[in-house]
Design a protein around this ligand. Structure first.
Ligand code: SF4
Length: 347
């Protein structure tokens, strides 16, 4: 018999994630039915220009005051905090899926902004023409997730064996790309010769190429343009050179974020212990939003960042001292070999 503390029915209820594919009547009806006193709206960078029209529409459709979260949003883990919108009792977040293991501070309506465009037959023909290997893993940005099944079928008709992996509890859907977690792809890595990322931009293909030891192609589904495979060896060589440059660093800063979806304090404490056991000094520095200027003028040789893994991987040239991910830090102090390269998966 379960003890009272393990009975889920006795736990205080947690704020819910409610998911919609697009902005529309269903979202407005659910918001009206919830009778919130104030809504906070968060939009991704690509929708900032239209954000004031979106606020007005939400206000008109629901009859509820709406405030706009103006701070630039990092990603799916970075939702408006209580302090940022203290009087809003629900949030509407555009362009992201919920991250199942990130707790919410208020009921949050995720509008994934799914795209209906992209012709699966034409896309599959482009993949064939591009010479992409036949044993193929699919990884898709949240906006294009509805293409997974039709594209898988179109490729299968052309002789492809397509795998779509299910990731860990940080991913809401099989095949989903998240910049800090490609565990869905890793789950099928052994069964494929290459991965195809379906979406736009370089952010996800680069992360995927660091996470899996397979060639990564990317396909823009709206333009039907296939990009050549990423030069993974070159990406990894650059990270290894950075690691090698700090092998003798004595004084390390360990960066910890207070953002609810990026706080890996237990990992930071473990890294501090590992550093000390290897004769290094290591201090923990906390922040919410990391600014390169905050690291200037400190008597430290290098940093390891336990917050968003993409800060070190994509932005390290902006920082005054070398900035490593946790696995790279363990390579630098000799706790891990340089090969195979390990992506900093945020579980
Ligand atoms: S940790 Fe970084 S990559 Fe992961 S969801 Fe947050 S912002 Fe995106």
């Amino acid at each position: 018999m379960p003890s009272p503390s393990s009975d889920p029915s006795l736990e205080p209820s947690r704020p819910r994630a409610i998911v919609f594919p697009t902005i529309g009547p269903k979202l407005f009806a659910e918001l009206r039915a919830a009778h919130p006193s104030r809504i906070v709206l968060q939009v991704p960078a690509g929708l900032v220009r239209n954000s004031h029209e979106l606020v007005a529409r939400l206000r008109e459709e629901t009859g509820v005051p709406v405030v706009l979260a103006a701070r630039a949003c990092f990603g799916a883990c970075d939702l408006p905090s209580r302090d940022e919108a203290p009087r809003a009792d629900v949030a509407v977040v555009l362009g992201h899926a919920p991250i199942p293991n990130v707790p919410l501070v208020r009921p949050t309506y995720f509008v994934e902004m799914r795209e209906s465009g992209g012709d699966p037959e034409a896309l599959a023909a482009t993949v064939v023409e591009g010479g992409v290997p036949k044993r193929l893993g699919l990884v898709v940005s949240i906006q294009h997730l509805d293409l997974v099944e039709p594209l898988r079928e179109a490729l299968a008709r052309r002789g492809y064996e397509v795998r779509v992996g299910t990731g860990d509890r940080r991913l809401a859907y099989p095949g989903q790309a998240l910049g800090c977690n490609y565990t869905g792809a890793e789950a099928v890595e052994a069964e494929v010769d290459a991965f195809l990322f379906v979406g736009t931009g370089r952010f996800h293909p680069l992360g995927l190429a660091l996470a899996v030891a397979r060639p990564v192609w990317s396909l823009d589904p709206l333009q039907n343009v296939l990009e050549p495979a990423i030069d993974r060896a070159n990406l990894i060589r650059r990270r290894q050179l950075l690691v090698a440059s700090v092998r003798d660093a004595r004084r390390w800063g360990i960066l910890v974020s207070t953002f609810v979806g990026q706080d890996r304090t237990p990992m930071a404490l473990t890294l501090q212990e590992r550093a000390r056991s290897r004769g290094r000094e290591a201090e923990i520095l906390t922040f919410d939003r990391l600014d390169p200027r905050d690291l200037e003028g400190r008597g430290l040789d290098a940093y390891v960042n336990t917050a968003c893994p993409r800060i070190a991987l994509d932005d390290s040239p902006n920082y005054p001292k070398p900035l490593l991910t946790p696995p790279e830090f363990l390579m630098a102090i000799g706790d891990l070999p340089l090969m195979p390269y390990r992506f900093d998966t945020y579980h």
